[in-house]
Design a protein around this ligand. Structure first.
Ligand code: AMP
Ligand code: ZN
Length: 467
């Protein structure tokens, strides 16, 4: 076996070799957007890190089951709907649609599940009942709170020390600072101006933290492999998720926690009042290419702060142009009689470096550097005596493998193996999988084709495809 993947685990505060609970399969939960507004480019930095993680796991041979929730009921969505004077569902729908359109623009692969909080209320109620039975809760004024003193491991993830706080002191809001490490709300009493549900624990609505515990365990099991988010999720959100899940099940909740550092803009925190606040659409409206934005946002390893600047975006555009130019040149140069060995050796080194970089806690900067190195070598070979057919075939394979993670190549480049013969082969493979009733495989081939810009249609006369 090749060298393993290593990840920095926020829980243990060190890099560890990764091992999945079930061989060959990874179950991961990635905290999704709160759909009260358009997601900003900081949010997308985190979602892109998770996309690179997902694709890296697949490169290393794992099947991935990823869940990304949509927080469609919480303090912010309710306040937004209220201000807009529309029903909550109507208010969140437009941001959910925009979110998926943005994911596609940034070439972010779809997760297997996008549960919406409003569709999991019964599971949340079950979880509260389990916590009540285990003695972790108390009621006050129609709301239900988690008593953090009842969970001795509270603070293990974030390092927050709850014992400094007064017992019985509570917070009712979804988001708060470390200074307010207090008993937090699981279920909020109904209010005239808020949506509420009639349930076995009484009328009301869930707190944000409860939502993720309930949805993740429902879809991935009580213990699963990986949970991610941005660093601002560590406290209180993820700390509270652990308390809720482990308090109810008595089992470890998540083995590996990964957190992306924040994106800054021109060296500062993004804020509307500073005029440095950008949604993805803002950048697209200014004419920036989403593939270049993707390149820039993944170019810095996820545990380092990323300083977004327009100079940086310009440099990313130059880098993606360099890639496109070399691929085009390779494409348009007929194979030569040159010996294969030197190119094959460079390809081997590239594959090794590329995997080692990603295996080292997703070092995307090094992975991109390896890509630019091999492309430079390609140019040098083309300047000299060209590249033979066999070497070119392995080069194509190695580049396609790299782009299966990075996805920064031009949309349709035959050099990356995206020619008709490859598409036909995948379509045939999918037909085989369908007749063997292996629908998971069939769907994953469909996704793969979609990533290549190919859509397929099943007709009574068989499957047809088009770009
Ligand atoms: P939200 O929609 O606010 O719940 O955030 C969605 C995701 O984006 C969460 O995982 C946050 O941790 C992450 N996030 C928020 N702000 C930033 C930022 N400036 N840079 C990177 N990630 C962020
Ligand atoms: Zn969450």
């Amino acid at each position: 076996m090749a060298e393993p993947l290593r990840f920095y685990n926020t829980l243990t505060r060190r890099q560890e070799p990764f091992e999945s609970l079930e061989p060959g399969r990874v179950r991961m939960y990635t905290c999704g957007p709160t759909v009260y507004d358009y997601a900003h480019i900081g949010n997308f930095r985190t979602f892109l890190f998770e996309d690179v993680l997902r694709r890296t796991l697949r490169l290393f041979g794992y099947q991935v089951t990823q869940v990304m929730n949509l927080t469609d009921v919480d303090d912010r969505t309710i306040a937004g709907a209220h201000a807009a004077g529309v029903a909550l569902g109507e208010y969140t729908a437009r941001y959910i649609d925009a979110f998926f359109a943005n994911l596609d623009a940034l070439r972010i692969q779809r997760a297997e599940h996008y549960p919406r909080a409003t569709e999991y209320i019964p599971r949340m109620v079950d979880l509260i009942q389990r916590l009540e039975a285990a003695g972790h809760t108390y009621r006050s004024d129609g709301s239900i709170y988690y008593r953090i003193a009842s969970f001795p491991a509270y603070g293990r993830l974030s390092g927050v020390r709850p014992e400094a706080n007064l017992p019985g002191a509570r917070v009712d809001v979804d988001d708060y600072d470390k200074e307010d490490a207090r008993d937090f709300v699981l279920w909020k009493a109904p209010r005239a101006d808020e949506p509420s549900w009639q349930t076995a624990v009484g009328p009301g609505r869930p707190g944000w933290h409860l939502e993720c515990s309930a949805m993740s365990m429902e879809l991935l099991g009580e213990t699963f492999d990986i949970h991610c988010g941005g660093v601002d999720n560590i406290f209180p959100h993820h700390e509270n998720e652990i308390a809720q899940s482990e308090g109810a099940t008595g089992k470890p909740f998540v083995r590996t926690w990964l957190h992306a550092e924040h994106l800054l803009v021109e060296g500062e925190k993004m804020a509307k009042r500073l005029g440095n606040f950008f949604t993805l659409q803002d950048l697209l409206d200014r004419g920036h290419d989403p593939a270049v934005i993707r390149y820039l946002l993944i170019s810095v390893p996820y545990r380092q702060k990323l300083n977004f600047t327009f100079d940086g975006l310009h440099a990313a555009a130059q880098a993606t142009d360099r890639i496109a130019n070399t691929l085009r040149r390779l494409d348009h140069t007929p194979p030569s009689q040159a010996p294969a060995e030197p190119v094959q050796a460079a390809i081997q080194e590239f594959r090794r470096d590329f995997r080692a970089a990603l295996g080292d806690d997703l070092n995307t900067a090094r992975a991109l550097a390896a890509l630019h190195t091999i492309l430079r070598q390609v140019n040098i070979a083309l300047d000299a005596d060209g590249i033979g057919a066999a070497a070119r075939a392995s080069l194509t394979g190695a580049l396609a493998e790299a782009d299966s993670v990075l996805d920064v190549f031009p949309a349709v480049a035959p050099t990356t193996g995206r020619d008709d013969a490859d598409i036909e082969r995948l379509v045939a493979e999918r037909a085989d999988a369908r007749s063997a009733r292996d629908f998971a495989r069939a769907d994953s081939i469909r996704d793969q084709l979609a990533e290549m810009g190919v859509t397929i249609e099943d007709t009574p006369h068989g499957t047809v495809w088009h770009r």
